[in-house]
Ligand binder design. Structure first.
Ligand code: ASP
Ligand code: MG
Length: 400
């Protein structure tokens, strides 16, 4: 069972978590618990490091940030002991959870499940701080922001757990963001692939790399609410265990993109590579791309999207290469958003793209760029149309 930052945000909430654990224990389960830092604590620690130095040591950053989870693990284990439940905390280095790679962004490479298993066998509840590990150089490490989800998946895998339950402040994964679409419904089952698409497109229930990890290791996930633990939540599992009665599983959107258009580009071999190579050299991720074929002239237009934070950088790079690439005009727009429909059901179902475009057309929403994968169709629209597009698609595909 993993409890996120809002689930352990106060003493009362930690007591509530202890009650959930107590009930679970009564069902006869052996329990390893992963905790996040209390909500806001990690951000505070980041600010503190910045106020000491703009170049705060990465090694000390990890020691500092991992302390948030250590606090929660002790408070929760202490609370369980107080209730008469056998419990103890086990820090990353005590297990150990070994990591490799850069500080601030390490990866878990092994978990010594034996040490945890010993205590589980003695009927202890073991409380483990997420997000932290120890490097092969015996230094404290952290595995990237939001990393407690990945800690939980790694532990579940190492312990060969029957279930991995992720407790958060929502009831599960929703068909879309309930804040902008009242009709949004909780999804009972979603595949890893769909969840990955939803997560990277803005559904912030689980960190996407932890979903990837669960998929690779076939760890079944149950997303549940700490504030309504009796509800069934959302199960994340492999596609072949889901029977699809709907073509589309969810509608996601993100406002992190910007659109770049090069007009009057020469239509000849090597142009696309001349545009995208310098962007790649500067680590700018390009997402959606459209290039027209030129019907009557030898000029074409190329439009693509980059992360909104990278727009100015991309603009400058392309301006400097104007004569080299050979284009007439450069246009940028950051008031755009990407709206996507996601669903493994679309693989076998024709006409999904038509249905999507038609629904948007009836609301006079203009589509700027389109991109697709096997289980996703994304369109770029004017930012001001985001909510309308999400609601329109949600009802067109009968997700309510
Ligand atoms: N406390 C860490 C963070 O805020 C890890 C986590 O909560 O998953 O990023
Ligand atoms: Mg989190």
């Amino acid at each position: 069972m993993k409890f996120g930052g809002t689930s352990v945000a106060s003493i009362d909430r930690i007591k509530n978590v202890a009650n959930i654990i107590e009930n679970k224990k009564k069902e006869g389960c052996k329990l390893a618990i992963i905790v996040s830092a209390m909500a806001g604590v990690t951000n505070d620690l980041v600010e503190k490091s910045k106020s000491i130095s703009n170049h705060f040591s990465n090694e000390e950053y990890d020691v500092l940030l991992s302390s948030g989870e250590q606090v929660t693990s002790a408070l929760l284990a202490g609370c369980l002991v107080d209730k008469g439940i056998q419990a103890r905390s086990m820090l990353g280095w005590q297990i150990p959870i070994v990591t490799e790679g850069q500080h601030k962004n390490s990866r878990i490479i092994s978990v010594n499940s034996k040490s945890v298993q010993n205590y589980l066998e003695k009927d202890y509840v073991v409380v483990i701080p997420g997000f932290q590990g120890i490097s092969e150089e015996m230094r404290i490490s952290t595995i990237g922001r939001g990393g407690s989800d990945a800690s939980a998946v790694a532990l579940a895998k190492a312990l060969d757990a029957d279930r991995c339950e992720i407790y958060t402040d929502v009831e599960g994964v929703f068909t879309t963001n309930p804040d902008i679409c009242e009709q949004a419904k909780k999804i009972d089952k979603i595949s890893y692939d769909e969840m990955l698409e939803m997560a990277s497109l803005g559904a912030k229930v689980m960190q996407s790399s932890s979903v990837q990890k669960a998929m690779i290791n076939d760890v079944e996930i149950y997303v549940k609410s700490t504030f309504a633990p009796e509800k069934s939540g959302t199960q994340i599992l492999s596609e072949d265990k889901i029977s699809y009665d709907k073509v589309i599983t969810g509608v996601a959107y993100s406002r992190d993109d910007a659109k770049v258009t090069l007009m009057g580009v020469k239509d000849k071999p090597g142009v696309a590579s001349a545009i995208f190579k310098p962007l790649n050299d500067d680590n700018i991720v390009v997402d959606m791309i459209v290039q027209n074929i030129s019907a009557d002239s030898n000029k074409t237009d190329v439009t693509f999207t980059v992360k909104r934070d990278d727009m100015l950088k991309a603009e400058n790079i392309l301006k400097n290469l104007k004569s080299e690439i050979g284009y007439e005009k450069l246009l940028t727009d950051n008031k755009v958003s990407k709206v996507s429909i996601v669903g493994a059901g679309m693989i076998t179902y024709p006409g999904v793209a038509f249905k999507m475009f038609n629904a948007l057309a009836t609301k006079k929403i203009n589509i700027l760029v389109i991109s697709t994968s096997e289980i996703r169709i994304s369109v770029l629209v004017d930012d001001k149309n985001t909510e309308l597009a999400v609601k329109t698609l949600h009802s067109a595909f009968e997700l309510e």
